[in-house]
Design a protein around this ligand. Structure first.
Ligand code: GLP
Length: 225
């Protein structure tokens, strides 16, 4: 695990987008799993800027996500589908044919999950970007998620409802994982990730076992370390 601690959210977003740009330039056909939530918003803004300044070309990348609400329609403004198109995909030259997001509107969730696992097995994720929940969840892998969990439908504890998420084992298969955390609210989860027990109770703690894991945090998120 490599920890990069920076002073604030702006710096965190700059470092994250710089790494992503570098990785795309190194491997134009890269497979990226994109995160959602508030945290990566500025990273995506920076990526759009880098694209406009011709520093990066998204035309050959393959894009995935890590989770989605279920059931939810793509057009729903709360969907992660909507989020990723609005914040990133609509603003850069990613080929729409290469976007494979979890379908929160599927009639057959089992099939959707199995299909996602299969496509990741055939075309592994090179770079998985993640945020973290205050209780240490990654994607929608809430406390209690096993190290061997795969893409599946899950109940969500932090909001009432269900979601579909890549499992912990799915995430661990990514060649490189980058997790972003900003602000005091995330400090406890970051402590658990870095220094706590390796436990299902803090699903993010499993990332410590990943061989190419970069944790980018700001001072407040790292304040309990
Ligand atoms: C949600 C999402 C996660 C995200 C997390 C943190 O639970 N399912 O993918 O990482 O929230 O979100 P935020 O960055 O808004 O704090």
């Amino acid at each position: 695990m490599k920890i990069i601690e920076v002073k604030n959210y702006k710096e965190l977003s700059r470092i994250a987008s710089d790494i992503i740009v570098e990785e795309i330039n190194k491997k134009p056909k890269i497979v990226i799993g994109f995160a959602t939530g508030k945290t990566p918003k500025k990273t995506y803004k920076n990526l759009v800027k880098a694209y406009k300044n011709k520093k990066v070309d998204f035309s050959k990348i393959t894009a995935l996500d890590a989770d989605e609400f279920y059931p939810i329609k793509k057009e729903n403004k709360k969907s992660y589908y909507h989020y990723l198109f609005v914040n990133l995909f609509n603003k850069v030259n990613v080929n729409k044919k290469n976007i494979f997001l979890l379908n929160g509107n599927t009639k057959d969730p089992e099939k959707e999950c199995a299909g996602y696992e299969k496509s990741i097995k055939e075309n592994p994720v090179d770079l998985q970007l993640l945020g973290i929940g205050e209780n240490g969840h990654i994607g929608f892998n809430e406390p209690g998620s096993s190290r061997n969990s795969k893409t599946r439908v899950v109940g969500l504890t932090h909001i009432k409802g269900t979601g579909i998420t890549m499992g912990i084992s799915t995430i661990m298969k990514a060649k490189k994982v980058i997790l972003l955390a900003s602000g005091k609210k995330k400090a406890k989860a970051i402590y658990g990730l870095v220094k706590g027990k390796l436990t299902e109770e803090v699903p993010a703690s499993f990332l410590r076992e990943h061989k190419d894991f970069i944790l980018i945090i700001d001072k407040k998120a790292g304040s309990l370390l």
